[in-house]
Every structure is written in structure tokens, then in C-alpha cells.
Design a protein around this ligand. Structure first.
Ligand code: AVJ
Length: 320
């Protein structure tokens, strides 16, 4: 771990390059082929994701931001006394900025898989809130053990907005919640954003924007593998595919090879059949009841839930 002397403090607990190779080689050897959605967030992927959040079709960010803004006082009231706010997968930290205007937080600790991105955002927040102690880290969003070693003392509240939890399989989501409950302890809390089930048309549109930014975001993964693992993907021989599977309750995102082709990555060759895909992301959607059940299974008690008029998105406050 690398401890910087400058303020705000920054910790690098990011995965080693060797892990990238193993992860990619392992994922491409599977049938169906799959790669973890966290690989989408290199510097360019993180920048593209920020653009996605502003797209007219991509309702989650706008809706959640409005929910947080409209209910900031009520949320702050429920969270109660002074806390240390920890945000895994914080990216640009825009949502926390909203909350921190109303929340009596002593410290804010954002982490992200893209270290440079979160470090810059942490700097911005430290300047805007000079009395707030800010520390950031490059870390995977489930690395609670790493966090424990440098989070300032105080009552812990985890902030996990954006429906990032939707990237997990339900059993992994449960494990994340169990770990979060252990991490915050009996006097802590979890403020979490969860995208709601809705008409497939709305979901399909959100993940297939007209400008093709989501396609670029997905395809950027191949560009990344070309650069970081000496790959030779012809990016224009793959296509972005995203659709809502009603039975599974999730949006699936894939990279689809239209023709038969062979690609080399990290010194290994991988064959694609015509129409074969690499599954790059799942984005699970829940009803409020389904999410309450999942949270209860992980030992959380619902403390409050806020939604928008169209019931597109939900924000939950849970306590262990
Ligand atoms: C960051 C996982 C919440 O699933 O909506 C956006 C990522 N993928 N468009 C989502 C994403 C395609 C996003 N999450």
C-alpha cells in the first residue's frame, strides 16, 4: 500500500496487472465467454460512463440525483449524528457532494477501481468542504478489509448509490450486504441506490442510447485489452448488444462477434463463432419488496425508502 504525504490522503489498493491477465484469460476461456464489468472502467471507460450518466435515455443517474436532492434533509435526519461516509465505487463523487451539503459528516472516504479518477474527485471535495476530512483509495468496491485499515474513526455509513449493486449476482449482492453490515457495525448504516423493475422498452433504451455512447463504453474494453494485454481485437468486428431479460430481471450487456474470427490476447489465441458473445455486464433490477427481502437476508433492517413519482429508481437507508 502506498501512503501519500499530500492532502487528501490517497491509498492505492488496486489490483496488480498480473491479476488483469489472469482475469481476462480465465474469462475468455469460459463458455459462454465473460469479462467482469469492472474491467470497463479504465480512464477512458470512466470518462465514457460519466457521459452515459448525462444521456437522455439513461434515467438512473438523473432520477437518483433528484431523489437525493429532494430528500436530502430527511435522509440526513435518518442517518442522524456525525458519521464517516464511505463510498465504494465513487467515480466522480457527484452524488456524495449533494448529500454532504446536509449531512453532519466528519469524514468522507471515496474509493474507485479507477484510482486517478477518484483521486481527482476527492481533491475537488476537499476544496469544497474544507472542514471535512477526505481520504480516497483505488480499490475494488467489495474490498471492505482494505478500507478498515485507513478509514478515520467514527460511526460508519456506507453510501452505495447508482445501483452498482445491480452488477452483482443476487448471491453476491447478499454477500456484499453482509460484509457492509459487518464493516459499518451495529451503530452504522447503509444508504444504497437500487434501480427498479420496469417496462423492458425503457430499460432497452437506457442501455442502447441513440448516440452510441454505451456501445463505445462496452467496446472500449477491447481497446483496453489491446493496449494492456497486447491484444489484436479488431474493435469494428464486434458489436454492442444490450437487452432486458424479464425472467432473470436483469439487463445483459455483451460484445458480439458477427463473424467467425480468432483473436490473440496476452499471448493466447481465442476463437469466436459467428454470433458468439463476450458477456460483459449484468445489471439486476429489483422491486422494493425484493430488495427489502435481500437486505433482510443479509441482516439489515429497512430504515427508509425514497423513490421518484414514476417509480423508476429507489434509495434505501438500512441499518444492521
Ligand atoms: C454502474 C453498474 C450501475 O448497470 O446501469 C451503464 C453501468 N452499463 N450503462 C448500470 C452501465 C451500461 C451501470 N452501473
Amino acid at each position: 500500500m502506498n501512503t501519500a504525504v499530500s492532502y487528501p490522503r490517497f491509498f492505492d489498493a488496486g489490483p496488480e496487472p498480473m491479476h488483469l491477465r489472469e482475469e481476462v484469460v480465465g474469462g475468455l476461456a469460459r463458455r459462454p465467454k465473460r469479462l467482469s464489468p469492472k474491467l470497463l472502467y479504465d480512464a477512458r471507460g470512466s470518462a465514457l460512463f460519466d457521459i452515459i450518466c448525462e444521456l437522455p435515455e439513461y434515467y438512473p443517474t438523473r432520477t437518483e440525483t433528484a431523489i437525493l436532492r429532494d430528500n436530502a434533509r430527511g435522509i440526513a435526519g435518518l442517518i442522524g449524528e456525525e458519521c464517516v461516509l464511505i463510498e465504494p465505487g465513487a467515480g466522480s463523487c457527484h452524488k456524495a457532494e449533494l448529500l454532504l451539503c446536509h449531512l453532519p459528516a466528519a469524514a468522507y472516504v471515496p474509493t474507485d477501481i479507477c484510482g486517478d479518477h477518484v483521486r481527482e474527485a476527492a481533491q475537488r471535495l476537499a476544496t469544497r468542504f474544507p472542514r471535512l476530512e477526505v481520504a480516497s483509495a483505488c480499490a475494488d468496491f467489495s474490498q471492505f478489509e482494505v478500507l478498515s485499515s485507513f478509514v478515520p474513526p467514527g460511526r460508519r455509513v456506507v453510501f452505495f448509490p447508482g445501483s452498482t449493486i445491480g452488477n452483482f449476482e443476487p448471491h453476491e449482492a447478499k454477500r456484499f450486504l453482509v460484509n457492509a453490515a459487518g464493516f459499518v457495525g451495529p451503530d452504522g448504516g447503509l444508504l444504497i441506490g437500487v434501480d427498479l423493475k420496469k417496462e423492458p422498452e425503457r430499460l432497452d433504451a437506457a442501455y442502447n442510447d441513440i448516440r452510441g455512447i454505451t456501445a463505445e463504453f462496452n467496446l472500449n474494453l477491447l481497446t483496453r485489452l489491446n493496449r494492456e494485454l497486447q491484444g489484436d481485437f479488431h474493435v469494428n468486428r464486434f458489436h454492442h448488444q444490450a437487452f432486458y431479460d424479464t425472467d432473470k430481471g436483469r439487463v445483459e450487456m455483451h460484445l458480439r462477434s458477427e463473424a467467425a474470427q480468432e483473436v490473440s490476447v496476452a499471448g493466447l489465441r481465442f476463437r469466436f463463432l459467428p454470433g458468439e458473445t463476450i458477456h460483459t455486464e449484468n445489471s439486476y433490477k429489483y422491486t422494493i419488496q425484493e430488495f427489502h427481502r435481500l437486505a433482510a437476508n443479509a441482516g439489515f433492517v429497512p430504515g427508509g425508502v425514497w423513490t421518484d413519482r414514476e417509480r423508476l429508481f429507489s434509495v434505501h437507508y438500512l441499518t444492521p
